[in-house]
Design a protein around this ligand. Structure first.
Ligand code: ATP
Length: 210
């Protein structure tokens, strides 16, 4: 039994040419940093793991997440959380409603849902922000909320595509530490695409150069 995320003989091609091939296992709580030149296929790799890869790309290989073969599952059945460069909160909803949106639909009472949202705000030191509009938050605060919304859905792995690149150096380091701490606490394997060597050093895990 292998917990974590296993990319087994993954090969992605474009127009008959191999774009990337790799075999890696990311243990629960560990980060695999993905680096490489522009156009090397970093985002394409995350799209493949998330289940969003479309023609003209072709892929072979297997994706095993916590012993589940997710290779052919739809994105929502993979239980993988995806975070991009811009946080993309719903602008017409309060922070609280944005977070409530992240929770699974069934299985929780209204009270449990509210408690889960409060706890997630506490976890990131933003207890007072529940009623705020996303537009009134800084970039770093929006990214924190987007991260917590992702985690409320209880993903089994995180895919992060340059999530810190819109932040200045000190906010970047704070958010990076937060993400890595939460991933460790929850035992989530992380694939992190970045251009920044400091991100890779802070992640401390395996590094793949495409
Ligand atoms: N729909 C598409 N059709 C054809 N080629 C595509 C398509 N989408 C992306 N590509 C090509 O696939 C390659 C990989 O793109 P990808 O976005 O994964 O690179 P990347 O490593 O994430 O780059 P960057 O660091 O610039 O974001 C690039 O050469 C890109 O031009």
């Amino acid at each position: 039994m292998t917990l974590g995320l296993m990319l087994k003989d993954v090969k992605i091609s474009l127009g008959g040419r191999t774009l990337l091939s790799l075999s890696k296992t990311v243990a629960p709580g560990d980060v695999l940093t993905v680096m490489g030149d522009s156009g090397a296929g970093k985002s394409t790799l995350l799209e493949y793991v998330g289940g969003f890869l479309r023609p003209p790309f072709e892929a072979t290989g297997r994706l095993i997440l916590n012993n589940r073969d997710i290779t052919t599952l739809s994105p929502q059945d993979r239980h993988v959380g995806f975070m991009f460069q811009s946080p993309l909160l719903f602008p017409h909803m309060s922070v609280r409603d944005n977070l409530l949106f992240g929770l699974p639909n069934g299985g929780m009472t209204k009270h449990e849902r509210a408690t889960a949202v409060e706890a997630s705000l506490c976890d990131i030191g933003m207890d007072d922000f529940a009623d705020r509009d996303p537009a009134t938050l800084s970039g770093g605060q929006q990214t924190r909320i987007a991260l917590m919304r992702l985690l409320l859905a209880e993903p089994e792995a995180l895919l992060l595509d340059e999530p810190f690149s819109s932040l200045d150096q000190s906010r970047r380091a704070d958010l990076r530490d937060l993400v890595f701490r939460l991933a460790r606490e929850r035992g989530l394997p992380v694939l992190l695409v970045t251009h920044d060597k400091e991100d890779a050093d802070a992640a401390g895990g395996d590094l793949v150069e495409l």
